[in-house]
Design a protein around this ligand. Structure first.
Ligand code: GDD
Ligand code: MN
Length: 363
């Protein structure tokens, strides 16, 4: 049965109190020819964005507020918005007024009338452009675009865009295969979609941000690379594990550094050096994993103390498993010492990853 709502516009927000009312009213204006709804997905913004939206929603039945607590991320916010949407077309637009709503009707129309499955607002086609974005930011955007293009089966001029309209049915069908991590919701969808996508691109000029600040940071860049990795090799070894292992490898360096400082430079005993090194490396790994590997479910405040304790416990048991496996292989089966040790490390790492995913970060 087809819905009577033409389009559901999703506006993801994180600290957009200064922009959200304008975003809602200007989008409503350009969409007035349609039966539309607007779903704002707010990740518990401390600036009270959700309260503003609830107030607007109280007076305007076309507007709803989806207030998420304990979860973060642009991509997953859009997915949850899409799951709550009842329109035949889903449109996604930034709420900070950087996306030019003037092209929204054209994006929506091309999907509604069946010309396209996906319509994208593009900065790299026709009259589109980066506006007065800093050169540095524009260069990074271009780099990410050319990198992403290598992993795409279809030609998109602006795969990094977060401004698009898509058939709701098509989008929801792809959700089970989407990662939902990071900033790149469009790319996430295109990677997950299994059919042949008919794409329509509409040029627009990226506006500069007037109020509030961008939430794009280097951790998002890591998540972007993880998404590309998952696309290429994720079915063999998941990117979360690769990142966890990389963090672990850095932890080894930290361990050696601390041991060297305490034992060799400061002249403390070897045992004391080892204890310091283990504690520092463990803590370093915990924080880095919390910030990167498990960013989407990261722990904050007091929960970090409990998290650290459970991580220490998990890794302690992991170390016992590591030593046990290596000793067994070396002593009982006569496998070479280095291979035995590597097997121990592998078992210990997988243990640490699986158990800390489950017990420290609740995945
Ligand atoms: N719910 C939710 N949760 N919304 C978020 C989050 C989050 O964790 N982080 C950012 N947002 C919202 C912002 O409030 C804004 O409405 C929109 O997502 C875009 O975030 P910005 O922080 O303004 O991103 P940007 O301007 O750097 O990035 C833009 O350009 C990219 C292309 O280079 C966005 O349009 C991206 O979608 C686009 O891919
Ligand atoms: Mn922005």
């Amino acid at each position: 049965m087809s819905s009577s709502v033409d389009v559901s516009l999703i506006l993801p927000t994180r600290n957009e109190a200064a922009n959200i009312a304008t975003a809602i009213s200007s989008a409503s204006e350009v969409l007035s020819a349609y039966n539309f709804e607007i779903i704002v997905v707010d990740d518990d913004s401390p600036d009270g964005t959700a309260d503003i939206v609830r107030q607007i929603a109280g007076e305007n039945l076309r507007v709803r507020c989806l207030h998420r607590i304990g979860r973060r991320g642009l991509a997953s916010a859009c997915i949850e918005g899409a799951l709550a949407a009842s329109g035949r077309v889903i449109a996604v637009m930034d709420a900070d007024l950087q996306h030019d709503e003037a092209i929204l009707p054209e994006l929506v129309a091309s999907v509604l009338d069946g010309r396209a499955d996906l319509a994208i607002g593009s900065r790299y086609v026709g009259q589109g452009g980066m506006g007065d974005l800093s050169d540095d930011r524009a260069a990074k955007s271009e780099l990410a675009t050319s990198l992403a293009s290598r992993f795409l089966k279809i030609d998109l001029t602006d795969p990094m865009s977060g401004f698009f309209a898509v058939s709701a049915e098509r989008f929801r069908k792809a959700i089970p295969r989407m990662t939902g991590r990071g900033f790149k919701i469009l790319l996430d969808f295109v990677f997950a979609d299994q059919g042949k996508l008919r794409v329509h691109e509409v040029p627009f000029v990226f506006r500069s941000r007037q109020d509030g600040e961008s939430k794009l940071d280097s951790a998002n860049a890591v998540q972007f690379l993880m998404m590309l990795y998952d696309r290429a090799l994720g079915h063999i070894i998941p990117s979360r594990f690769v990142l966890f292992a990389a963090v672990g490898a850095l932890g080894v360096l930290v361990h050696m550094g601390v041991l060297f400082a305490v034992f060799r430079l400061m002249g403390a005993g070897f045992m004391a050096g080892q204890i310091c090194a283990v504690l520092v490396a463990l803590t370093y790994n915990f924080f880095l994993n919390n910030m990167l590997t498990f960013r989407d479910v990261r722990l904050k405040g007091w929960a970090m103390i409990r998290g650290w304790l459970s991580f220490a416990l998990v890794c302690g048991l992991g170390a016992i498993a590591n030593v046990g496996v290596a000793a067994y292989l070396f002593q009982q089966t006569g496998i070479m010492w280095s291979l035995s040790a590597l097997a121990g490390i592998l078992v210990g790492s997988v243990w640490n990853f699986v158990m800390s995913s489950r017990f420290t970060w609740g995945r």
